[in-house]
Design a protein around this ligand. Structure first.
Ligand SMILES: Cc1cc2nc3c(=O)[nH]c(=O)nc-3n(C[C@H](O)[C@H](O)[C@H](O)COP(=O)(O)OP(=O)(O)OC[C@H]3O[C@@H](n4cnc5c(N)ncnc54)[C@H](O)[C@@H]3O)c2cc1C
Length: 404
């Protein structure tokens, strides 16, 4: 058994170099001095959802756990550039949520109350007040909105690179184009991760990888499963059934415009969201129903049509603006809308870090910290609350402010 580099297995093998895996690896090294860590990814950095998302970062949620976590995450985002020495283009223009019916308006109102009790300065705004925040917004059909000026957007790629570079500078090994294909177990524990080198097939639909070398085993003491939408497939190799499912989510960006849009606007009725990047593009997406289950990162024409219609309903003046680029990634969807984290029963040296729906990017800064604490031996209460076992007990978790 050999890891091919040091001759000695790393203490922690993190599977998946998305934002969750990298944030966890960095926190392990930075906060706990656990530097004997290897992060493995079958593709390139930013090839998964972490490089394909909208960069939205918000504390407007309907559950106290999410609000408090995201409050901390936003603070981390604010300091990220200085800490990691990389510009992540963080812009706090706020999030403006729109409700178009009485039920959603009531739920928005309840969420705002809870957010205020948790210390957020979110305000419930009527349609006229919302137009003061976004003068170009058509509020026809909008009955209530909520606005938190502290929410914002980041550019996801440098965020991922920042964690990767900082983790590497502390001694963490990062191996891209290294696919995990199985596990070695002994005495009921995982003792190694079986991998093989792979390469990307240029111009193939999606990210098609082909073997590019002989399989080998990396010995380890602890495994972190942070392969996002691919996690259920990998967990099967351990005989572990995960309930999360991959579903494609599409997104696009327009030609750059002069800065005019402050907040990210999100419509709770159809799942439309859009923001303006620091380069001026309007970046946004919308829910497309039904999305068949499965890994699919290809784009569709139906999405652009639906998105364009919904966007024009909100901002009719965008009618002449051209979409320049569209792409897609996978949401990692759980049955109750909350992530799956922690150590599942019967797998003492495995930590799950998956099921982050459409809000895992924004949660990663604080979740990486909590997961590293768990691996270092101090399990935070939330890790119990979001355990895999809650599904067997009948989960009571419920988050209503979910997009997509
Ligand atoms: C279009 C879109 C828009 C979104 N918008 C937002 C947003 O505005 N804000 C927000 O917070 N979140 C958003 N999300 C969700 C967010 O992107 C994800 O929740 C987050 O990036 C998940 O990170 P991850 O590290 O768990 O997974 P990923 O980033 O998907 O990383 C998993 C990694 O595992 C690797 N992998 C898979 N199989 C293997 C294997 N066998 N061996 C080795 N490596 C493997 C993959 O290559 C991948 O790099 C969006 C998602 C999409 C798709």
């Amino acid at each position: 058994m050999s890891d091919g580099v040091t001759g000695k297995g790393p203490r922690v093998a993190v599977l998946g170099a998305g934002i969750l895996g990298l944030s966890t690896a960095w926190h392990l090294a930075h906060r706990h001095g656990i530097r004997d860590v290897v992060v493995l990814d079958r593709g390139y950095l930013c090839g998964g959802a972490s490089g394909r998302n909208g960069g939205g970062v918000r504390a407007q949620f309907s559950s106290e756990a999410n609000i408090r976590l995201m409050r901390e995450s936003i603070e981390i985002c604010r300091d990220f550039a200085a800490t990691m020495k990389i510009n992540v283009w963080f812009r706090q223009g706020g999030y403006l949520f729109l409700a178009r019916d009485a039920a959603r308006a009531a739920s928005l109102e309840a969420s705002v109350k809870l957010q205020n009790a948790c210390g957020l300065s979110t305000r419930l705004l009527g349609p006229d007040e919302a137009q003061r925040v976004v003068p170009e917004l058509s509020t026809r059909g909008v009955v209530a909105t909520s606005y938190n000026p502290d929410d914002g957007v980041v550019f996801p790629w440098p965020f991922v690179w920042g964690y990767a570079r900082a983790a590497q500078s502390l001694g963490v090994a990062l191996r891209t184009f290294t696919e995990v294909i199985g596990f070695e177990t002994a005495g009921g524990r995982i003792v190694g991760v079986r991998v093989r080198p792979v390469q990307l097939v240029p111009f193939a639909q999606g990210d098609t990888m082909v073997p590019a070398g002989e399989p080998y085993v990396i010995a380890c003491d602890h495994v972190v499963l942070a392969t996002g939408a691919w996690s259920p497939g990998l967990a099967k190799h351990l005989g572990l059934a995960l309930p999360n499912k991959p579903h494609r989510h599409e997104i696009c960006s327009t030609e750059p415009l002069k800065p005019w849009l402050g907040p990210l606007v999100a419509d709770l009725t159809d799942g439309l969201y859009f923001s303006q990047s620091m380069r001026g593009e309007i970046v946004g997406g919308i829910s497309v129903d039904p999305v068949p289950e499965g890994i699919n990162q290809a784009s569709s024409a139906g999405f652009v049509t639906k998105y364009a219609r919904a966007l024009l309903r909100c901002v009719p003046r965008l009618g002449g603006v051209k979409v320049l680029r569209q792409w897609a990634g996978c949401y990692d969807i759980t049955p109750d809308g909350a992530p799956i984290v922690g150590t599942p029963e019967g797998f003492d040296n495995l930590t799950l870090a998956c099921g982050f729906m459409g809000y895992g990017f924004m949660m990663a800064p604080v979740m990486g910290k909590l997961l590293a604490e768990h691996i270092a031996g101090k399990t935070p209460p939330l890790v119990h609350e979001w355990s895999l076992e809650r599904f067997a007990r009948g989960s009571t978790l419920r988050e209503t402010m979910i997009l997509g």
